[in-house]
Design a protein around this ligand. Structure first.
Ligand code: C2E
Ligand code: CA
Ligand code: CA
Length: 704
């Protein structure tokens, strides 16, 4: 009905048909539909049903007269706009005209109206109606478009602000107002620069602002990271797009998003990528970046930088025995102590499991690096208290490389510090070591050896040699000490003093020690018919084997497998094992004793000074270390030591064995001191199993 393209309707309210007949050709010419009502009611019905463009109303109607109909049309909001021309038979008197106008008619005609007059009037009124309809449609269209855009702007999560050429805000959508914390009247009409803080100037800088620039150049631009200021003065980060407008809406549109959350997330991710979550220190990549920057700074300022590699000693053992929780706790506590040992601008990082690094910035001389290193060693040596109240002690080994002396770039300095750290470890741990160029060769060699050793364990490059132990009174061979030998295809023979510590460090000593036991026992059993029954096999035990929980059961197993009586097996312990007076130590020693093994103390006199353990455990023999035998005949002091050890052993009911006996004079002296058993090159070097059978089972102890 509202469609302007549908044909217009003229309503004729007239009981007679002459007027209709008169109008018909006119209506056809104007493409107008003519509806005729014969009564007031019918007229009202049609008026409500159709969008009528013009009503022609005859004054004479049956129930409701023409004036009343006209008045009704005028008073009803839906029909008020419809122009009404009243028709009457005969001429119109003044009173009737007045009544017609009063009722709301716009014109009056006598019946039958002259066709020229009528057609002219109708054409004008229809034209008016058409224009009215177009206008109505246009307004409706504008309204809906406006509503559409408004609801879009209102719903938009982005802030949208329109401003004029002078930078005054003309429009701000709800999102913009919410972000800026502004009511409509706090923003509309306000200078936008008061929301846009610039470092140097406040609101006076419109002409230097990116907005003005965009406007003048007529180009769009984007500010990825800008700041806006809320009404309360607080600031927030936005990404901001500026588009100049042209034509009527001369000015700018800004569309912006609050990126505070995104920025925070980005910052967090960036931090996480360079931070170790356990300790809060730099991680490896954070360390490298910070170290690189420190080196650049030092290069420009012509200063030194020291890099320290700090590796905790035996950390793995703590992790394995006390659990990862305790390990983590210890690492975090270590980080804390490291930080306390250096200045706030020195760079402390955790670059691996139990590896830390410290970069000492703007160093004056190497001596202060040494000072810091020893401070760190002291700090780390203080016992740590774990969460359950238990205390643990650790130590660390530190390698130090300095810039520019050792190397000039990050990687080479890291390598150098690593090599120096390795040296500190092999020098006995709990030490720091400065990098020296010759270390590289040593470290490489060691690395090669370690690799070769791993292969050797797999490829059976090991063998046992046996060295006789002789009873000093009778000259009888009373035992053989099994000594491990490694013959490498290319490297040749490697000394046990070199590879045994490596087996220890790598943990390979556990399978190797097991091999020594079973090979030695099998051999001793094979010699059953050749050697006297009381002749024992002595096997060296390493500290790592000693703490192995399976030790006792494995020895028992080996004895059973080889049908070896336990009294034919002797185990050589070191003082350090006996010193660690733990429940485990006591239990292992008791069990070994219960099996019926002999226990001796190797290298006696070189280790700890406490002798308390001698009375705690039931031990069978003491072995005087070679270093006291070497100068036995020339040094009164060494002689006194040897004498004391022999007396001590005898007083405690133990046998005493002298090691490294090389000369007849030494034998003689030991005989005089009352030593029980001697072992050394004088009686025989360690030999392969095959040569043992050919050896005499009794020796001439004293040739004189
Ligand atoms: P150790 O237990 O004190 O072994 C005695 C060392 O002294 C042996 O050196 C032996 O060859 C050497 N020796 C014996 N008599 C003389 C002498 O008259 N003069 C000189 N100069 N040396 C003599 P070796 O075989 O080089 O072993 C060195 C160390 O390696 C051993 O010291 C022991 O601690 C360790 N070791 C050897 N075999 C094993 C093994 O199977 N297991 C363990 N855990 N350690 C072993
Ligand atoms: Ca030994
Ligand atoms: Ca020894």
């Amino acid at each position: 009905m509202n469609d302007s393209s549908s044909s217009q309707i003229v309503l004729l309210v007239d009981r007679q048909t002459q007027t209709e007949a008169l109008l018909a050709p006119l209506m056809a010419a104007e493409k107008v539909r003519l509806l005729r009502a014969e009564s007031g009611e019918e007229a009202l019905e049609l008026l409500l049903m159709h969008d009528v463009a013009l009503a022609l109303v005859d004054t004479e109607q049956p129930a409701m007269d023409g004036f009343e109909i006209t008045r009704w049309i005028r008073e009803n909001s839906r029909t008020r706009h419809i122009p009404v021309i009243m028709l009457a038979n005969g001429a119109w008197d003044e009173a009737a005209i007045e009544t017609a106008y009063d009722a709301g008619a716009i014109d009056y005609l006598g019946k039958p109206p002259g066709s020229n007059v009528l057609s002219g009037k109708i054409a004008v009124l229809l034209e008016l109606d058409r224009n009215r309809r177009k206008l109505k449609e246009a307004v409706a269209h504008i309204d809906s478009t406006k509503a559409y855009y408004e609801s879009m702007l209102n719903a938009a999560g982005d802030g949208v602000i329109g401003m004029d050429r002078a930078g005054r805000v003309r429009f701000a959508n709800p999102a913009a107002r919410a972000m800026l914390g502004a009511e409509r009247d706090q923003i509309v009409g306000v200078d936008f620069m008061s929301f846009y803080p610039t470092p140097a100037c406040s609101s006076a800088c419109w002409e230097e602002s990116p907005f003005f620039h965009s406007l003048r150049q007529g180009v769009e631009s984007t500010l990825d990271e800008a700041s806006l200021m809320r009404c309360d003065g607080s600031r927030f980060r936005v990404s901001l797009h500026i588009s100049p407008l042209s034509g009527h809406a001369d000015g700018l549109v800004l569309v912006f998003q609050d990126i505070t959350g995104r920025k925070a997330l980005e910052d967090q991710l960036r931090r996480q990528a360079v931070t170790d979550s356990l300790t809060g220190l730099h991680n490896r990549s954070g360390f490298k970046a910070a170290f690189r920057t420190a080196l650049e700074r030092a290069r420009r300022a012509r200063k030194s930088v020291a890099l320290m590699f700090i590796d905790l000693d035996h950390f793995k053992r703590i992790n394995d025995t006390l659990g990862h929780g305790a390990g983590d706790h210890l690492l975090a506590a270590t980080a804390q102590r490291l930080r306390e040992c250096v200045r706030s601008y020195d760079i402390v990082s955790r670059i691996g499991g139990d590896e830390f690094s410290v970069v000492l910035d703007e160093l004056d001389h190497g001596a202060s690096a040494a000072h810091v290193a020893s401070k760190i060693l002291t700090a780390l040596r203080q016992p740590f208290r774990l969460e359950d109240g238990m205390q643990v002690a650790i130590s660390a080994s530190i390698g130090i490389a300095t810039f520019p002396e050792c190397a000039e770039d990050v990687d080479l300095l890291m390598q150098a510090a690593g090599v120096a750290m390795y040296q500190a470890k092999s020098d006995g741990r709990n030490l720091y070591h400065f990098y020296m160029p010759e270390m590289n060769a040593k470290a490489r060699q060691r690395l090669m050896l370690e690799q070769a050793l791993r292969l050797a364990v797999k490829d059976d490059e090991f063998s046992l040699h046996y060295q006789p132990q002789v009873d000093i009174a009778s000259g009888n061979v009373v035992g053989y000490e099994a000594l491990l030998r490694w013959q490498h295809e290319q490297i040749g023979r490697v000394a046990p003093s070199t590879f045994v510590p490596m087996l220890e460090e790598t943990g390979l000593i556990i399978p190797m020690g097991q091999w020594v036991f079973s090979t030695g026992c099998r051999q001793r059993h094979a010699w059953d018919s050749v050697l006297p029954e009381q002749c024992v096999l002595s096997v060296n035990l390493s500290p790592r084997q000693f703490v192995d929980k399976k030790l006792v059961s494995q020895i028992q197993q080996v004895l059973e497998t080889n049908e070896l009586p336990a009294y034919q097996l002797e185990i050589e312990l070191t003082e350090s094992m006996l010193m660690s007076n733990t429940e485990h130590t006591r239990e292992v020693l008791r069990s070994l004793k219960r099996l019926g093994l002999k226990l001796s103390v190797d290298d006696f006199g070189t280790g700890y000074s406490s002798l308390a353990y001698l009375k705690q455990f039931s031990l069978d023999a003491l072995k005087i270390d070679k270093q006291f035998i070497d100068h036995l005949t020339t040094s009164k002091k060494d002689e006194a030591i040897a004498r004391s050890i022999i007396q001590l052993g005898h007083n405690l009911g133990m046998q005493v064995i002298a090691e490294g006996v090389e000369t007849g004079e030494q034998v003689e002296a030991l005989q005089e001191l009352g030593c029980d058993v001697v072992q050394g090159f004088y009686f025989g070097r360690p030999v392969p199993a095959g040569e043992v059978v050919g050896l005499p089972h009794a020796m001439a102890v004293n040739e004189r």
